[in-house]
Design a protein around this ligand. Structure first.
Ligand code: T46
Length: 142
């Protein structure tokens, strides 16, 4: 269980949830409440056929996102240019903020992993920094 974030431009988002076991668990996220921005886009990633898959490997210039693992598990690697942190994602009610200028990579997906992301803006390729050296130029300034 994650209880401390050591990188900049991140944070933990705990969603309200009701455990109605054995009738399931209900998890609730609300725009501008538990999710600290207006949600303009959601996307989800499923069907991991290979545990050696790698996703992410980029940062965003302006976009803010919260990433959840709503089923299964994966490993989230965060890097703000100075500090690095690896987080095991396996709790559907706990999200991690992917703020701007935070390099993020996802690995070690379980075969049943389902990732849900809520985002503060629409898709824009120009908001991506996909080159790590370029990312360091943005975040490490004299
Ligand atoms: C992120 C991590 C956590 C779109 O056309 N619209 C979309 O909304 C998204 C998310 C992607 N795409 C296209 C862009 C690429 O041609 O889908 C393709 C795969 O996207 P990408 O390689 O960026 O996927 P991931 O899983 O590496 O990254 C995604 C998000 O793109 C990214 O913003 O922060 O999840």
């Amino acid at each position: 269980m994650i209880n401390q974030i050591k990188v900049n431009n991140s944070g933990i988002v705990n969603l309200q949830h009701y455990d109605d076991s054995p009738d399931g668990v209900l998890v609730i996220g609300e725009s501008l409440r538990s999710v600290p921005f207006e949600i303009k886009r959601i996307y989800y990633i499923t069907n991991f056929g290979d545990s050696v898959a790698i996703r992410g490997k980029h940062a965003h210039k302006e976009l803010e996102q919260i990433i959840f693992c709503i089923h299964g598990s994966f490993l989230l690697h965060l890097d703000d240019g100075i500090n690095k942190q690896d987080i095991i994602m396996d709790d559907p009610s706990v999200g991690i903020k992917l703020g701007n200028f935070l390099w993020h990579t996802m690995t070690k997906f379980s075969i049943d992993c389902v990732i849900l992301v809520v985002a503060s803006d629409y898709y824009s390729e120009s908001d991506y920094i996909r080159d790590y050296k370029e990312f360091l130029k943005y975040v490490i300034r004299d």
